[in-house]
Design a protein. Structure first.
Length: 303
């Protein structure tokens, strides 16, 4: 179609070929193929000039409209790669929303043509099948087709309220947890088995308690109220550790580093909204220290 329009505008096959950076024979093939498919002659050819047939005139006008719309569509697509637009379909783990909300607010404030649809799930979703642009998870995804961007490092922490420890004492060894009320996040990869680094390597302690839930909010609030102990990501209870509402225990037995990662489908072109939001997250998490619950509590207590 573009070859046809350029032949008409330039008045010759040779001139159209030069403008399109094609050979004259290829332009001729394009026009013949177009006419054969339509079953009509679009151009009258002579040794001196090329002119439109009656059918060619009406077809030429429509081609101009169609090609202009294609060019406009290309410009829209290209501009979307420069400035975030549209809805970012975002899936995150249960504990993630509080720590990414500042980045979310900055994103929608800075880019008014963009919006976010945030879904929280315990499980890792199928990004392509379920229509998500991006996922932020605490556990590794096993889909090798996804691109992974590391955002932050954290450790798990066992903690409880001061009034809980006043009543039941503090565990000094992971084995002592069997005598404590350990409240459980039942969608955790660990389940009822909390993992520690013991004197002889990894130590697994099977714990139990009077509360099992897949709500991280419920677990945190129950712990603050002194109901029992929880094993949580440091960032989930960061404010409570700093304020002294929760106190970390067994920290020397939990040296394992875990990762908060962003996952998105392996595509040639990543949309501006995905790329920009990930960059905001990286900047937001820069300098975050969620690996030292004991030091956090010590600084808080000193104040």
């Amino acid at each position: 179609m573009l070859s046809f329009v350029k032949v008409v505008e330039n008045g010759s096959f040779a001139a159209a070929a030069r403008q399109l950076n094609l050979s004259p024979s290829l332009v001729t093939t394009h026009i013949k193929s177009l006419e054969d498919r339509l079953g009509v002659r679009l151009l009258n050819r002579s040794t001196r000039k090329v002119g439109l047939t009656d059918e060619g005139k009406s077809y030429f006008e429509r081609c101009l409209q169609i090609l202009a719309e294609i060019e406009e569509a290309d410009q829209i697509a290209e501009s979307s790669q420069l400035k975030p637009k549209g809805t970012l379909q975002l899936n995150v783990a249960q504990a993630i929303p509080p720590v990414i909300t500042p980045a979310l607010v900055e994103f929608v404030t800075r880019y008014p043509d963009a919006s976010v649809r945030l879904t929280v799930t315990s499980r890792m979703v199928d990004l392509i099948e379920e229509g998500y642009d991006l996922a932020i998870r605490l556990a590794p995804a096993h889909d090798s087709s996804l691109i992974v961007r590391h955002l932050a490092t954290y450790r798990m922490v066992v903690c409880g309220a001061p009034n809980y420890f006043a009543r039941y004492g503090r565990p000094n060894n992971p084995d002592e947890l069997v005598r404590h009320n350990c409240m459980l996040f039942y969608d955790s990869l660990w389940g009822k088995e909390w993992r520690f680094n013991g004197t002889h390597g990894e130590q697994i302690v099977r714990v139990s308690g009077n509360l099992e839930t897949n709500s991280v909010v419920t677990l945190r609030l129950a712990a603050i109220q002194g109901e029992g102990l929880i094993c949580a990501p440091c960032f989930m209870v960061d404010a409570e550790l700093r304020s002294g509402q929760l106190v970390p225990v067994l920290t020397k037995f939990m040296p394992f580093d875990f990762s908060i990662d962003a996952y998105y489908p392996h595509r040639r072109y990543v949309s501006a909204r995905v790329r920009t939001f990930i960059d905001l997250l990286v900047a937001h998490f820069r300098g975050a220290n969620w690996s030292e619950p004991a030091e956090l509590h010590a600084r808080s207590a000193a104040r």
